[in-house]
Design a binder for this molecule. Sequence first.
Ligand SMILES: Cc1cc2nc3c(=O)[nH]c(=O)nc-3n(C[C@H](O)[C@H](O)[C@H](O)COP(=O)(O)O)c2cc1C
Length: 240
Amino acid sequence: MHSTEFQSIIEFRRSNRKFDPEVPVPKEVIQRSLERSILSPNSSNMQLWEFYWIHSEEMKKAFVPLCLDQSAAKTAQEMVVFVTRQDLWSKRAKWNLDRIKETIKGEPNKLEQKGLSYYGKLMPLLYKNDPFGLFTFVRRTICFFGGLTKPFMRFGGKADQRIMVHKSCALAAQTFMLSIAAEGFHSCPMEGFDKKRVKKALGLPRGAEINMIISVGKGTEPGIWGPRFRVPYEEVVFVK
Ligand SMILES: Cc1cc2nc3c(=O)[nH]c(=O)nc-3n(C[C@H](O)[C@H](O)[C@H](O)COP(=O)(O)O)c2cc1C
């Protein structure tokens, strides 16, 4: 299938930093886009993400300085904060476990047994931490010996866990931006913000992290800062 429509959405999406103050974004556009974000692929379906829709005038105003007074924040009609929730791993593993258990009738079959072990045993092994780094040590040791003679998923400590949750969250953010473009509106992803203050403003616990903030509105021409430069295909794509 060759979709010209998808191509046009990709081309339409640009980071726009100046939104038209006269054009509000219908609430349904944001809601539909968030519903699509939730359908994004994510590591082990653990869904360690949350989306904070900054909608009230009061919150939008509060977020302008938190986004370092960027024009994309100043002129945003709506904003969504994409948040990783690594700290919710146990709750989400149980949630997945419960979904599998719901489908089991009688004795679990091989696939169901695999699912139960995946969320009941493997997820705790990947996500569990302790103050002394014992779990990281155990993971590294398993990977070292497991990988001596055959390919093995290399997974160690906190850095790997953070990469895992941020990857999935960024995919949700991308789905959101493409959806906003498909709805005929514009967006700007931002990493220029004060993560500590943003967490405080949202009342988030220590284990949560801000992945990115996306502002949305009807873009204007001055909001596009220049042509879309990209390093040539040949320089970044390697066919092996
Ligand atoms: C994770 C991420 C963070 C970004 N942070 C900012 C930002 O803080 N401010 C901004 O104006 N643009 C930001 N951008 C937008 C990029 O500058 C932009 O995507 C890039 O220049 C390519 O342009 P395009 O999006 O129009 O294709 C960010 C983009 C990404 C993916």
